[in-house]
Design a protein around this ligand. Sequence first.
Ligand code: SF4
Length: 422
Amino acid sequence: MKTYSIDDLSITCEKQGADKYIKISYPFRYGKYAEIKSDNYTFQFNLNGEIKTIQGRGEGWLDAAEWLKRNAGNDWTYFAAGGYTGAYDFTGEYYVPCLPYDSNGIFGHNRFQSPEVTHAFEAWHQLINRLNAIDKTATPNKINGFINRILLMGPKTLEQRAHNLHEIIGGRVSVLPPDTRHVEYDVIPLTIADGCLYNCGFCRVKSGNGFKCREKQNILDQILQLKRLYNKDIVNYNSIFLGQHDALFAGPELIEYAAMQSYEILGLKNSVIKGPRLFLFGSVDSIFRADASLFEMLNKLPYDTFINIGLESADPATFEMIQKPLNKKKVTLAFHKMMKINKKYTKVEISANFLYGADLPETHMPSILDLTRNQLDHFHSKGTIYFSPLENIGSIQEVKNKFTEFKTLCRLPVFIYLIQRL
Ligand code: SF4
């Protein structure tokens, strides 16, 4: 970890963060990266030279424990420190990701409008100009190589690379499963099936297309192209998201094929971050269709698998209002199947989403509590319930009060779904 100084810049080409994801209440970095520190900012870059995080210091920055992080879709997220304001109780994380686009984040302010964040982006652009102007004749080769990589990855190139990512997988990931919070949303997306089964009236993330599986050859082509795109930085990934909205319905053969091909070809075994994880969405009908052999297969994969099911409600009036073709009986059966699977398979966890909205019928919340409290005889640590806020959630204080009351009564872990795209 040798550091080289040029004027006020301290440049370190090889830094090593943690080798597994943990829940921690102070800024923490994972995997291998490189770093440049100026008087006021710390800029971190991935192994391809792409900017990864920016963290300010001193008076020109909002909070010493907060930082900006860029993902492979070229979106920036502001990680706000929430550890001391009870955010962990609401989200399961000590940091609250604040997004620059419309989401359902109910915690924290939109930091992207603050001058401190604007200045941080300006500082990154100024850094690129400075690196461009440095006389590199006397600097070590390693430093020059690193600087050249950064210069190749300017804002336009980063935009183009995000575009390439979306082209490979067939479009932007409109929403990641809530469980991807366990890996700080750092997943490689791979589309194994497009569309979804229900095309519900209320949904803001649907593609509008009917469900259709991809061919194996298409999945293989995506993996090979993803390997080229992520390039040197692939060693910093240990998790795959199988998209789009109902990969579980693709069935065991395609899921196993996609999971194993990506594990082998993307070299997840050699990731510098341990504990590979597989994330996917499912639906009520896909969980009915999935038999024991599918879960046996998942349990034997070299991943811990997280499946997130959209149950939304257990209330007939709510289903009618949100135009989702489900009913109380189906949701109740799916919920109990989920609980059985969570109990039986150590490496598989199924979580469930329910809606939260100020305009939903009064019978909505009690229907969920009936399932998640009255129909369970004790607390279960597996089978997280996520509340997915609709556009109108009413007052934040009321949300917090209702959520806290629900959390106290529910016999499963309960968190708010922070909708995030990729
Ligand atoms: S809620 Fe799920 S099933 Fe319904 S439209 Fe949205 S993605 Fe499709």
